[in-house]
Design a protein around this ligand. Structure first.
Ligand code: G6P
Length: 462
């Protein structure tokens, strides 16, 4: 088996398979956030990527290389998918890590699947990693992998990065398997988080639940030193800007505004359809602004894109129904013939169309209740090569720590958020341009290449 000196491990491989009419599967690069983040760094490095192909009970034995990267599929059965991915990852950890805005559920069967699948990922990684290789494990689906892998391959340098927010100790301590999860992460040499607060929560938990020693160098546990740190992830700025400058995008943005009835103002929201994104709270704000007469459908239009996600999980299904009902209610109450108050798209949007939407929007509202980072906020800023637009951003998105010139809101505060919407819509354009300039400077200086480079430099100590 060909081995690699750099191995990325994530729950999903960065590909999407489609079956052609003659039954042949064609694999294409997927456009998810993580892939778009990692691709520029790993391209042409002969690195390996270990992950699930996206097919249950039907694992391809071999996948074509992707821009020089070797892809190694890890199989998942239907039971694995239901209990590890939909269950433990997305019905236990996901809500718990996001302030428990929905009630986390605990089932022993889910934990067993999580353990079993993590073990499979660790074994697959151990097989493809060259001697002394650097392994970079991604996200909350795979928190047991670092320790499992270290037991099999003590020669490796193992990094872990948590893409989602890492919760306060009080919440984490609810997990029946908190000790195993912490020990899993402590198998890494470097545990990275989006924000310093995540690293602090983790260090506190290691001390509290495992009696690990916290020193200024890191966490000391079982004779090893585990370093932690904040490495805020970013986007491929050059890629977004190139798209944004493309004349086709500019024309499309114009067309989109025309399709919306050439309103004076377009407000845009784009989210995965997830209860952490604060979509319902934002619709409530919008409904009240319309009811108060502070916004009129005759001159302002809101576009809400909600990308379907985890659709078989109850909380997600219920949310989708509630949102559809509320959009219908708002349009029923405030719309006019030919002028909807909210244009709702419950579908995935391809990058060129998304960037055109960014360029068409006077205001983008990103108001999650809790979000590890939120890369869409950064994409919006990168797409505004014209210096226009305004960003409304939740304090509870990781990106708020960097995009300080956004209009920051507490999405739980309906009145405050309403006022901020009006402030952003009615601001002096010169003020909005100044804010956008400052945010663009930041995003430019902190793109995804820099993120990966700084993480890998810290991991390899070079
Ligand atoms: C978050 C996680 C990612 C995950 C993404 C989409 O951003 O950090 O690991 O891939 O959500 O979720 P999904 O369940 O569709 O992969």
């Amino acid at each position: 088996m060909l081995t690699s000196s750099l191995v990325v491990v994530s729950s999903r491989l960065p590909i999407d398979g489609t079956v052609t009419p003659d039954g042949v599967t064609e694999w294409r690069r997927d456009n998810g956030g993580l892939v778009r983040a990692m691709h520029p760094i790993l391209r042409d490095t002969a690195a390996a990527w270990v992950g699930w192909s996206g097919r249950v009970d039907d694992t391809p034995t071999k996948l074509p290389d992707l821009d020089g990267m070797h892809l190694h599929p890890v199989p998942l059965s239907t039971a694995d998918y239901e209990d590890y991915y939909e269950g433990f990852a997305n019905s236990t950890l996901w809500p718990l890590y996001h302030d428990a805005v929905e009630q986390p559920a605990h089932h022993r069967r889910w934990w067993e699947a999580y353990h079993r699948v993590n073990q499979r990922f660790a074994e697959a990684t151990a097989r493809v990693a060259a001697k002394g290789a650097v392994v970079w494990v991604q996200d909350y689906h795979l928190q047991l992998v670092p320790a499992m892998l270290r037991r099999m391959r003590p020669d490796l340098r193992i990094g872990f990065f948590m893409h989602v927010s890492f919760p306060p100790g009080e919440l984490f301590m609810q997990l029946p398997r908190r000790v195993e999860l912490l020990e899993g992460l402590l198998g890494a040499d470097l545990v990275g988080f989006q924000r310093p607060g995540g690293a602090r929560n983790f260090a506190w938990l290691a001390g509290h639940a495992l009696r690990a020693r916290n020193t200024h160098r890191g966490i000391e546990y079982e004779g090893r030193l585990i370093r932690t740190g904040a490495f805020p992830i970013s986007i491929n700025v050059a890629e977004v800007e190139t798209l944004a400058r493309n004349p086709r995008t500019i024309a499309r943005a114009k067309q989109l505004r025309a399709d919306l009835g050439d309103p004076a103002r377009v407000i845009l929201a784009v989210d995965r359809l997830d209860y952490i994104k604060g979509i319902e709270q934002r619709l409530k704000v919008y409904r009240e602004l319309l009811a108060d007469g502070r916004i009129k459908v005759t001159d302002t239009v809101m576009v809400q894109v909600a990308v379907p996600s985890r659709q078989r999980v109850g909380h997600y299904r219920d949310l989708a129904e509630r949102i559809e009902r509320e959009v219908g209610r708002i349009n029923g109450d405030f719309g006019k013939l030919g002028a909807a108050a909210v244009h709702y798209l419950n579908q995935a949007i391809k990058p060129p169309e998304l960037v055109a939407l960014y360029r068409a929007a006077d205001v983008m509202a990103v108001t999650p209740l809790r979000d590890g980072m939120n890369l869409l906020a950064k994409e919006y800023v990168a797409a505004r090569v014209d210096g226009g637009g305004a960003l409304i951003l939740s304090e509870f998105a990781g990106s708020a720590a960097e995009l300080k010139h956004a209009y920051l809101v507490n999405p739980h505060d309906v009145d405050g958020t309403k006022d901020t919407f009006i402030q952003a819509l009615e601001a002096d354009p010169a003020d909005n341009r100044k804010r956008m300039r400052a945010m663009r400077r930041h995003v430019h200086a902190h793109d995804v290449q820099r993120w990966a480079h700084s993480y890998l430099t810290a991991l390899t100590g070079s």
